[in-house]
Every structure is written in C-alpha cells, then in structure tokens.
Design a protein around this ligand. Structure first.
Ligand code: GDP
Ligand code: MG
Length: 334
C-alpha cells in the first residue's frame, strides 16, 4: 500500500475519477476507506456518498479454501473466462500472508501476474487485520467503489482459516468453496458450517495422477451436500472438479454461477439477500461502535473499576449497579 500519497484533493476529485473508471484514483479512494485518520475517514465518507447511486450493479463472488488449495491460480484462469464473457473484473484478495513474509505458503500465487495486467481487470489486496466488522466494512466499501468504477464482476478471495470466510460470505452474492481431493475435511480446516454456507464446491487440481481422486471426492461431496439443509436461495449446490493449470472445468464453474444468478434473479432472492446483508452489516457496525465507545469512555472505565471493587467486597456481582451504569450512559438520550 502506498502511504506516500497525500489526499489533499476534494471529494469531487475522487468521485469524478472513480466514476470515470480511473484505476489510479480508485486505488487511492480505497486506501482512504482503509485509513484510520479522521480526515481520511471524513473524505472517504463524502466520496462514498457521491458514488453510492452508481453501485450495486455487479455480481459479487466469494472464494474460500485452505491456503494452497489453489484459489489464486483458479482466479487467474477463471478471471480470464470472465473477461472473455465481456465483464470488467475486480479481484480483492483478503490474504493475511501478504502482510507478513513475502515468502509464502505453498507457492502462493497471490499476485496473479497474468490476470492483473489484463485490460478490464483490477487486482487489489484487502486489509485482513483489524476486527471482523472492520474487515467487512472496508471490503464492502471497496466493493462499492469498484462497482462505481464500472467493474461488474467482483471476486473476493479469502483464506479458509479463522473467521474471514464468514465475513466474506456476508458481503457476497455467491460463496464458492474450493477443496482438495483426499486431504480430509479436518486437514483442510473446513468445518461443517463452511460447507453449509457454500453455494457450490469445486475440487481443485484435477489433473495428472489426481484425476481419479478428484472424481471420487466430487461424488463424496455431492452426497455430503445432499445431507445438508436446502439453501434459502432454492438453488441446489453443485460440485465440480477443475484444473486451473490445464484450464479444465473452468467454464463449467462459471456456467454454474451464471445459472445461479439467473435463478436468484428470477425468484428475487438476489435482492432479498443483499438487503438482508446490508441490514446485518449495519447492525454489526453499530454493535462494534457502541462497544468501543462504551469501553473506552473514561467515566465508564472508572465506573467499571468501582463496580468490580464493590462486587468483590460484597462477594457477589452487583447486577443492580451494572444496570445503573448503563442507565446513566443512556440518561441523556431522548
Ligand atoms: N497440479 C495443479 N496444481 C495447482 C493447480 N492450481 C494451483 N496449483 C498449485 O497449488 C499451489 C498453491 O496455489 P495457490 O493458487 O497459490 O493457492 P491459494 O493459497 O489457495 O491461493 C501452487 O503451487 C499452484 O501452482 C492445479 O489446477 N493443478
Ligand atoms: Mg492465494
């Protein structure tokens, strides 16, 4: 990330640049939304307000799977197919490894060398540090900016460890889970919950000696997915195998996603889900802010300390006093 830029420009400079599809300005606008400086935050808010009418018109695809499963390689190959079908593609990589050592896990292909230099493609690493709500908000705002800049297909790559994939599933229209054949669910860190969130599964690296294993895995996952609850979308999750290196199974995956898109557009689930997501993001944000404001307020810190002392004197927690503390905070609200 380029910290040397100084954002002395007016909100209109960013708004015009983003709407023009100028990726240099787009990148700077995204950096603003990620900034912790109050000036930048204010500017970012003005920019977002200025572009919001031009957002929403895209398909947002979340891709997850353990490190090394082949997400970045898949996106290289899959992204080219998306471009061939006439889309403008933005790829946001939520990759914790990119911050740390440049030497990466299992030959990581985060940079997507070929795809990132293609016309109509924009590749951007996203921040993966900070609170879940923070990552969700920053990624969501990045999506909005990319949409305003004319990108109508957005891919978010996330690592299937920890909670980041849950976050990503909350800001995307379709959630694709990549799996390795024969690695065992436990080894892949994939919990049942993640499978339940997946709109479809792709078994990667179905090439060479791995083809048979991949086919067997496909059948296993197909039957496993049948045991799960039907999805709210009314769409039956599909399982596909692919080889990103040999470019096999890639168009099939895009066909699945386009079928899904037609399906949820026809039954209105597409908009319904986006509205639900917006509501959830809003409440997550409010909860996080509320907590932060509360626990960092000097008089709350003081009151809590007193509360702890009184509770230990009495030998029990005084919920009454805790309640008074909250009531005091809200006393002045009308
Ligand atoms: N044989 C084979 N190897 C692959 C395929 N896709 C990815 N790989 C390799 O798997 C390793 C990890 O890939 P990468 O895309 O960085 O995985 P990510 O961590 O999930 O993003 C790299 O060495 C890739 O070359 C594939 O389709 N076939
Ligand atoms: Mg990767």
């Amino acid at each position: 990330m380029d910290h040397s830029i100084h954002n002395k420009q007016s909100p209109q400079f960013f708004i015009d640049g983003v709407l023009r599809g100028d990726v240099a300005v787009l990148s700077r606008a995204i950096t603003l939304t990620e900034s912790t400086s109050e000036d930048h935050k204010k500017l970012a808010r003005q920019v977002l307000e200025g572009i919001i009418d031009k957002t929403g018109n895209s398909f947002r695809l979340g891709i997850t799977g353990v490190p090394g499963v082949g997400k970045s390689t898949f996106i290289e190959s899959f992204g080219k197919e998306i471009i061939t079908r006439g889309h403008k593609l933005a790829v946001l990589a939520v990759d914790p490894s990119s911050n740390k050592s440049k030497g990466s896990i299992l030959g990581d292909k985060t940079r997507m060398e070929e795809l990132s230099v293609m016309e109509n493609v924009y590749v951007r690493p996203s921040p993966s540090s900070g609170t879940l709500g923070g990552v969700a908000r920053a990624s969501y705002e990045t999506i909005l900016l990319c949409e305003a800049a004319g990108f109508d297909f957005i891919i978010i790559e996330t690592v299937g460890v920890g909670q980041s994939e849950v976050t990503v599933s909350k800001i995307t229209d379709f959630f694709l889970l990549l799996m390795l054949a024969g690695a065992g669910d436990e080894l892949q860190g994939i919990k049942r919950g993640i499978m339940e969130m997946a709109d479809s599964v792709v078994i990667t690296k179905a090439d060479g000696n791995n083809i048979q294993k991949a086919r067997a895995a496909k059948m296993q996952y197909e039957s496993a997915m049948h045991l799960l609850q039907p999805l709210e979308s009314g769409f039956t999750p599909k399982v596909e195998t692919c080889s990103s290196l040999e470019n096999k199974g890639i168009t099939e995956v895009l066909d699945i996603i386009e079928n899904y898109r037609r399906h949820v557009t026809a039954n209105n689930f597409f908009l319904h889900k986006r509205k639900q997501q917006q509501r959830e993001l809003l409440f997550n944000f409010l909860e996080e802010k509320l907590k932060e404001k509360f626990y960092t307020h000097p008089s709350v810190i003081k009151s809590i300390k007193e509360l702890e002392e009184k509770s230990s004197e009495k030998g029990f927690i005084s919920f009454g006093l805790a309640n008074d503390l909250i009531e005091n905070v809200f006393k002045n609200l009308h």
